[in-house]
Design a protein around this ligand. Structure first.
Ligand code: 3EB
Length: 329
């Protein structure tokens, strides 16, 4: 379902272009060496390791078609759907309204397709940690997002899709997502309070996401949400990027274990997942990468394919956030 490529030596010739739903580029524009992606989106975050842009290519099993519904670009083969929406905050009337409108448009679009069940949302939020009217901008985003889920009668608590929310320096709120015909199974982490039940000290409305989802279309695919050094609801190891990375992996391991329990076999392994690592301070890269390699193995597919990006994380004390995706063996 996901192919990760480094653009300058992408070898996507063997891919059937008709089955490419979308391509997401990090670290600059690509050279379009991949063939005719259905939707192409550039996320304005700097790559910390590779000189070449990195491209995540989302594939379906059958030929896809592209549509634009209510301002939302979608590509679908009727089993799986990739979509994205960019929202100008000023035009929307603020970040909270931008989040609400973006999600309302997405749900409106999904309601008109065969793929009504969102699996995974990626949220790139301009200046996520800055204050706005006495409240952190991330918390405004959470209000608008939850309002949209509730207004659309979508699961905003148990059963919510997986997600991540990362800060950018861009002007637009960028959201992309995958949805499917089959509803996914949501997975929570026994070490963490569900984010949708966070106490109000983290904002008036809780974040709307599950810790992971397991999609059952074809071979099961696990989508692990952005995962950080949080135990219960508290941030752990402030100021220590190595310990935060290690704690994050205790959480990731717990999620992979839960997924394997649901699948009733050990089909998913940490060292075979595809990771994106968001690093708050570029100067911490070496320490975070060293611990990452300790966790996944130096010569693993995971170490080879991981992408390290400079990005802001939604609590000021968090120095690293890690997301992962993997298809069951
Ligand atoms: C956390 O566990 C860290 O608001 O969509 C991770 C994944 C986080 C998703 C979101 C936020 C989000 O609370 C932050």
């Amino acid at each position: 379902m996901l192919r990760r490529q480094f653009a300058r030596n992408a070898h996507l010739q063997e891919l059937d272009a008709a089955c490419v739903l979308g391509a997401v580029c990090f670290g600059g524009a690509t050279e379009r060496s991949h063939r005719d992606p259905r939707i192409e989106l550039a996320i304005p975050l700097d790559l910390l390791e590779h000189e070449r842009a990195c491209v995540d290519v989302w594939l379906s099993a059958a030929p896809a078609r592209v549509e634009r519904i209510a301002g939302v670009d979608v590509a679908t083969d009727d089993e799986l759907l990739f979509g994205c929406v960019l929202t100008d905050e000023r035009a929307a009337g603020g970040l909270r309204a931008a989040a609400r409108q973006a999600y309302a448009a997405i749900f409106g679009a999904l309601d008109g397709t065969q793929c009504i069940h969102p699996l995974r949302f990626w949220n790139y939020v301009p200046r996520i940690n800055q204050p706005l009217d006495g409240l952190e901008r991330y918390r405004h985003f959470n209000i608008g997002r939850q309002e949209a889920f509730l207004a659309a009668r979508r699961a905003a608590f148990a059963g919510a899709p997986a997600a991540s929310a990362i800060g950018t320096e861009a002007d637009q709120l960028a959201i992309y997502f995958l949805a499917a015909k089959e509803a996914p199974t949501s997975i929570e982490n026994p070490r963490q309070i569900s984010a949708y039940h966070y106490p109000s000290e983290y904002g008036p409305r809780s974040p709307t996401f599950s810790r992971a989802t397991l999609a059952r279309n074809g071979r099961p695919t696990l989508f692990i949400s952005g995962t950080a050094s949080i135990v219960g609801h508290r941030s752990m190891h402030p100021g220590d990027p190595t310990a935060q990375t290690a704690e994050t992996f205790v959480n990731l391991r717990a999620l992979v274990q839960s997924a394997n329990t649901k699948l009733a076999r050990s089909a998913l392994a940490l060292e075979h997942l595809v990771y994106t690592v968001y690093v708050r301070h570029a100067a911490d890269l070496a320490l975070i990468r060293r611990q990452f390699v300790v966790e996944v193995g130096e010569h693993s597919a995971a170490a080879l394919n991981a992408t390290f990006l400079r990005g802001d994380i939604c609590r000021a004390e968090l120095l690293v956030e890690i997301e992962a995706t993997g298809t069951a063996a």
